[in-house]
Design a protein around this ligand. Structure first.
Ligand SMILES: Cc1ncc(COP(=O)(O)O)c(C=O)c1O
Length: 360
């Protein structure tokens, strides 16, 4: 007899993970919105030092990293939650907030993990279509909020379109959301956003909105995707208490904690890397538009590019892979006919453009 699994395992969508890990080096990895640069040397050294003490469990209060994040953001450490990537915090939020009968609201297409939350909990998902230019329709989202709503997810900048809303619009939206509804503003890419401007600006929204959570990650601008560290800056400490309650105590390794705390000490280098990525993004977007593609206005480290009017992105993805360029097809992300392309190095952008030219 086969093992009998919980009913939810039949509902939970399989995460559309990127292919290509088996292709070895020499492939342009433009499918997962990672940083093209590696961690800084002192960050690697901090992780190495932590590994020396790996016979001990990590500090389950995560004091050093929470305190460092609290200081950088001018919050009390009680309002800083951590996770093994921000995905871990999203899943924990789903577990802590959702159940059958509850509802969650998010835009679509948006981050592929969001549908997982409803499927895992039995809550009802209301996916509100983006506007034609790939932007959140906050008015339509607000109109979907009911007494059953427990969670609203706003992805700013949005994955996969890269579009962002100015904070003034988000502030107005928050006024329309009842206090009992948790709003997670997923800011995984906020540091790349010229629309938002200052990545610390959204912190001000926390003061008037105890139901707001800013979700951030070390996977993008800090170049630590492989170590899995995410964090949440919370309007009140109740969110941190709840997400800690539903998880195992040791969700962050000692090496991950040490590396992330060290990474925070090097903001100048981070800003330089962000500026280089933003410049490369604008250059690549211009080159793609010159080739005749519609490209969404991006505030992130990736571009959302139309490659087919008939919704056929699969053949383009496969053909690019043949040329050693890995990108993500929009069909798997809720946007058939599009590609989501991470902004890589100058060499990778050149390879991508040459491969697209070869397909034409
Ligand atoms: C919008 C968004 N939120 C959250 C995440 C999760 O990132 P991580 O779990 O690596 O922190 C991602 C990853 O790509 C993302 O695109």
């Amino acid at each position: 007899m086969a093992i009998e699994f919980a009913e939810k395992t039949r509902r939970i969508p399989v995460y559309p993970a990127a292919a290509g890990y088996s292709l070895g080096t020499g492939v342009a990895m433009l499918a997962s919105n990672e940083a093209t640069f590696g961690p800084l040397e002192p960050v690697v050294e901090a992780a190495r030092r932590a590994v020396i003490g790996a016979n001990r469990y990590p500090d389950p209060s995560y004091a050093e990293l929470r305190e460092a994040l609290a200081q950088r953001h001018g919050l009390s450490a009680a309002r800083v939650a951590l996770g093994a990537g921000s995905c871990d915090l999203l899943l924990a939020a789903g577990e802590a907030l959702l159940e059958p009968g509850a509802e969650l609201v998010y835009a679509w297409p948006s981050f592929s993990m969001y549908p997982h939350l409803a499927a895992a909990s039995g809550a009802r998902a209301i996916a509100v279509p983006l506007s034609a230019d790939g932007v959140h329709d906050l008015e339509a989202m607000a109109s979907e909020i009911t007494v059953a709503t427990r969670l609203v997810l706003v992805c700013n900048p949005n994955n996969p379109t890269g579009t962002a809303l100015p904070l003034g619009e988000i502030e107005a939206f928050l006024k329309a959301v009842p206090d009992h509804v948790c709003v997670i503003l997923d800011e995984a890419y906020v540091e790349f956003s010229l629309t938002v401007g200052d990545p610390l600006a959204s912190l001000e929204l926390l003061e008037a909105n105890p139901n707001l959570v800013l979700l951030r990650t070390f996977s993008k601008v800090y170049g630590l995707a492989g170590l899995r560290v995410g964090y949440a800056l919370c309007g009140s400490d109740s969110f941190r208490v709840a997400v800690d309650q539903v998880r195992q105590p040791f969700y962050l390794t000692a090496a991950a904690q040490a590396a992330a705390a060290e990474a925070l000490r090097h903001q100048d280098a981070v800003e330089q890397r962000v500026a280089a990525t933003v410049a490369a993004r604008e250059e690549l977007a211009a080159a793609l538009r010159e080739r005749g593609h519609w490209v969404a206005a991006s505030d992130a480290n990736f571009l959302w590019v139309r490659v087919s009017d008939s919704g056929e992105d699969g053949p383009v993805v496969a053909a690019l892979q043949e040329h050693g360029v890995l990108v993500r097809g929009g069909s798997a992300l809720g946007g058939p006919g599009f590609l989501r392309i991470t902004v890589g190095t100058a060499d990778e952008s050149a390879r991508l453009l040459a491969a697209l030219a070869a397909l034409a």
